[in-house]
Structures are given as structure tokens and as C-alpha cells.
Write a protein that binds this ligand. Sequence first.
Ligand code: MN
Length: 205
Amino acid sequence: MAVHLHEEDLPAGVLAPGPVAVDTETMGLVTPRDRLCLVQISDGGGDEHLVRFSPGSSYAAPNLKAVLADPARIKLYHFARFDLAAVQHYLGVMAAPVFCTKIASKLVRTYTDRHGLKDLVRELLGKEISKQQQSSDWGGPILSDAQMEYAASDVRHLHAMHAILVERLAREHRSEIAQACFDFLPARAKLDLAGWAERDIFSHE
Ligand code: MN
């Protein structure tokens, strides 16, 4: 089990077939303004790969894009909506099909309003992760050990949680509505990028 840092692209052939856990780190929450600095990806086998992009990056990354755009690979996220928009805007690919652990959590953990990654990892897996580096500077030339560990931990538990949440969705008869939500996420991300981030087009107003 190791964390691997790569510059500008994923090496070819480092991921086993099957679902991949994906997360991103950016300069902030305004996607067109705040550049994509890091894409974290894991095949669930125990290694995490961090792909870093420089301030002047061309975001070419053909190997990473091929994995993200592969329609045969499910991408596991926690709050996919943000990552899909960042990847679409900077890498130019829609990283679907999607399973979002935050949406799944909202559909089955109706007894709580705590759907953050830290809360979910604690309840479902009994493990503690730190969110201390969440708001740190991801754009610098050197990532600290704490940043690398934080970035890796954001994708480390998604496969295990996916397995549990699939069962919980089935138990509560919400698999179908969850899948419909996941299938809508690419459109939701495109609405965010097109200027409908705040306005709910489904509301009456
Ligand atoms: Mn993250």
C-alpha cells in the first residue's frame, strides 16, 4: 500500500480493471476560476495515485483521460457533482458512469444530516480520517506529506463504502432512484458550469 505522485499524467497500466475511486483538489470552489491541481485515483487495491498539474499545464494527460472517460469503468466519488465539473472543465472529459457516496448516503442514512466523508467513513467503516488539509494550498510546487496523505485518504475508502452503500440502497429499495440520480450527475455538473449552479431548475421559483 503506497501513495504515488505523478506529474501531469497517470502512467499507463497502473490500474487494475474495474471501478476506480476518484477525487480532485483545486484552488477553490469556483471551477472556471480555481484551477484543477490534483486528481487522485485508486483501483481499490491499496495504492493511491496522485496526478499533479502545474500552473501552466496543458491538461493533456492522455492516460488519465482514457481511464476517466472509459464507459466501462464506474467512477466512485464523494460529492461527484464538484469533481465531474472540474474534470469536464479542465480535462475536457465527462468522468462517468458515476457512483456518488454522498448521494447514496443521503438516500439511505435518513436518520442523520451528517453526510461528509469523515462522518461516512467513521460510521460505515469505523475509521478516522483527517480533513485538516482540505483548505490548504494545492497549487504550490511541493506537496507536503500531510497533503499527500490527505489527498490519498479521500479515495482510499470509497470502494469499501460503495460495497456497503449498494447493499443499503437495495435494503431500502432505493437502488433505482439512486441510479437515476447518478445518471443525472453529468447534466448536473454541466448546469453548474453553464451558470445554473445556485438556481434549482426543478423548483417552482
Ligand atoms: Mn479531496
